[in-house]
Design a protein around this ligand. Sequence first.
Ligand code: IVH
Length: 680
Amino acid sequence: MRSEAEGRVRQLRALIEQANHAYYVLDAPTIPDAEYDRLFWELQALEAEYPDLASADSPTRRVGGRPLAAFAPVRHRVPMLSIRTETDTTEAGAIAFDARVRKELGLSELDPPVEYAAELKFDGLAMSLRYERGILVQAATRGDGETGEDVTQNIRTVHAIPLRLNTDAPPEVLEVRGEVYMRRDDFERYNAKQRALGKATLVNPRNGAAGSIRQLDPAIAAQRPLSFYCYGIGETVGWDLPATHGAVLDALAGLGLPVSAERVAGPGSATLLAFHRAIEARRDSLPFDIDGVVYKVNRLDLQRELGFVAREPRWAVAHKYPAQEELTTVEAIEVQVGRTGAITPVARLKPVFVGGVTVTNATLHNEDEVRRKDVRVGDTVIVRRAGDVIPEVVAVVLERRPMRDLVTPLNDVFELPKSCPECGAPVVRIEGEAIARCTNGLSCPAQRKQAIIHFAGRRAMDIEGLGDKLVEQLVDKGLVATPADLYGLAAEPVAALERMAEKSAANLIAAIAASRGRDLNRFIFALGIRNVGEQTAKDLARHFGRLDAVMAADEAALLEVPDVGPVVAESILAFFAELHNRAVIERLRAAGAWQDGEARLAGTGHLAGKTFVLTGTLPSLSRDRAKALIEAAGGKVAGSVSKKTDFVVAGADPGSKLAKAGELGITTLDEGQLLALLQQ
Ligand code: IVH
């Protein structure tokens, strides 16, 4: 047992050191953070279990890597420490932290709750900024915590960092600690620009930030869009130290330093839990990446009392969220044919749990992306899934590429097929476009299937029970080739399909029948015209009133519709120019699939100019239906209550919007009153 543990400890130390070096020194991480954490925790656990295996040079005894020789070393007068990561990613983590703090402070259950500060855990590069008499004199990375690297030249290029503090009475010395990071939009813009120039792109925002700061050439660093947030202080001389962490951050903000507004202070673990939950819900809509939240004891005197254990403060802890990046292997690279014929390479992956779900496929976007990332079958890759975004392959871990591929480098290199894998028609890629397409249009079964799936979708014709699998069978069996065929479908052959029976077939036929007479806007959206989304479909329906008018419109007429530009107009003209599409539409007309409305130029109708906000559950109207009725009468539906709101329509369990309406003195309506207003 012990000898086994000894071998594993040695192996773990080597793996962690290797990862540390790649991350901190080379800025080229080889494994995702979650994997690193697991290795680190395993080593910590083994060292705790077998204390005689502990050693002074174990990676558990230090913070990061060694500084690069090329930057001048900077000795930190106050060490730059790391913080402990709460291993329990559930909310129990906050409770455990509170319990430890209370125990260390010798508090009993009768004592009042400890006050905490909670803030974001920014995902970038730790930085120390030294201001002497209000002037930025030095910027240093963390390095190994004792000695970092002098990156002052590069830091001066970060616009968010003031070169001079905003005060007439600056402290003798003020060392500010914080995180250099890259916003997601800046990252995307930078990569788009690089791609257009055929230059190297950044793997993710964190690498972008770290790599830019550790650029030896400040001119290159200057081109990288970086940001900065403060989260603490180091050495101070002649500065009136506030009493709490929150007040320190307020004071820094007062001096002109960037401090995130996403922070709270309050009593006990309840404060921490509420913050953890609130931020998790908004994680994907923040403008930058975070990998968790940080909890700190708010009072600085209590922080001093708690002190440090090893090299981590007892008064702070990082509470992470489930990782959005993980490692897995590529089992195959295949292509998928979309509704508009777009051919998308997809990596089939060994199943991996990431971003809260098990992922088996990840998009590789297009041919150029596969080439650029050099993804091959058998590779170990970093997969990212954030929010509801389609999972993607971020990068290949080249160190783990199987030997045979290193020897025969062209083995398994991806080639876009010359013909469509579904129908055999030629695949073309128009000069200057990233996407290759099957040229067969709706004669391609894959495009046909996608077109029908889209047609039946909830926001389109809303045919209940007509899902992907069923459409696939209907098309493969030759029962349906276009959306128009749906309305001629008989129950019998449907009942004979896999996983179908008489009852389910009858239900499907009934659902198809019930979709007849849908509003024009839904029908236009259901057609799946390229570049025509739900909103454009609504705009077209409202503007023209009848489908025939949309079909007859020339470019000039289309451009009169709000928000329709030349690209969208071109797509609409191209769609209706196809004889095949016109033939399908005539059959859908005969089936009574849609109902024309009144042409109404925007802003007319008896509720024109009125803004509504919906909250809670109405007794009979769905939210979509209520919105459609209000819009049909010329009104607008907004998401939040403001002074511009005219009516708040409230149902059961209304949210804070109802209270806000009360505060602002806005008229509230129940469903009955809304319907009466609509009928006036
Ligand atoms: S406090 C002594 N607060 O996370 C406490 N760190 O190991 C020092 N980080 O690389 C750290 N956001 O750069 C603190 N709000 C925050 C943070 C934060 C990100 C980073 C820090 C360090 C790591 C902590």
